[in-house]
Ligand binder design. Sequence first.
Ligand SMILES: [Zn+2]
Length: 302
Amino acid sequence: MPELPEVETLARDLRATVVGRKITKATVSPDAPRLVQDMPVEVFESGLRGRRIEGVSRRGKYLMLQLDKGLWWVMHRRMSGNVLRRPVKATDEPYIRARFRLDDGNELRFVDLRKFGTMWLTDDPEPIFAGLGPEPLDEAFTDEVLRETLKKRSTAIKPVLLDQAAIAGVGNLYADEALHYAGIHPKQPAASLKNDEVAKLREGIVRALEQGLANLGSSVGNVAGEEVSLRDHVNLNGESGKNQEYLVAYGREGRPCRTCGTAIERIKLAQRSAHFCPKCQPLRRRRKRTPAKGRARRAPAG
Ligand SMILES: [Zn+2]
């Protein structure tokens, strides 16, 4: 499922190939009735026709294409959405839900097995991003910012990392990776993290995301050797990312921890799976609450 590194990989691919191109025709398939948001499909299609792509950016897991006339074409890939750039005459892949013909003989194909992907055409994209938390790869995402977010949350840390209002762009895979790098159990209450743990967690988030980006994304659901495998993330050319080969926690249930050799465990947590090493990521017991006046000054265990 695309998260920040996969969406950023797509944004970079598009920036290198389609900026300056004009969209000559947009066609949404009738079998994707929920793809276009907030306007009739016909208005979306005619609104894109003739528009020039001026820039490509990303916010959280949203991809944004800046068009002329002050318009923004925003998309969210959700579970299985991919964008492919193909010559117009190239053979169709399965699951094409929309096509965007360009003035250079290519077209962008939105392929989406699960059909949860969504798109907008708007002159004001900000309401779409309302409530999104900070960008974790921005310099503004400091230990202090993360600490302020976590101290208000009494739930387990893992679901907090998945909350787009807490941090934008992190999903199930990179949350498991970040917690492993930080040595934090997914069930550890968010508000219980100490300052040094918050710092390690922020480092872990950045490390997991940057590694994903460097490997052009994770494609865990794709089948190696298949000519076009579209169950999970592919880049603009239809190629899988490589990050699945370097994962330390996600999807590694029963396999040895890369640090200590203990078998990675998988648990259900807030309706999602969480993967962790029970030795490297021990659950810290809650200390007994004591009145502030009499609070023990000794260093906490662990
Ligand atoms: Zn371990």
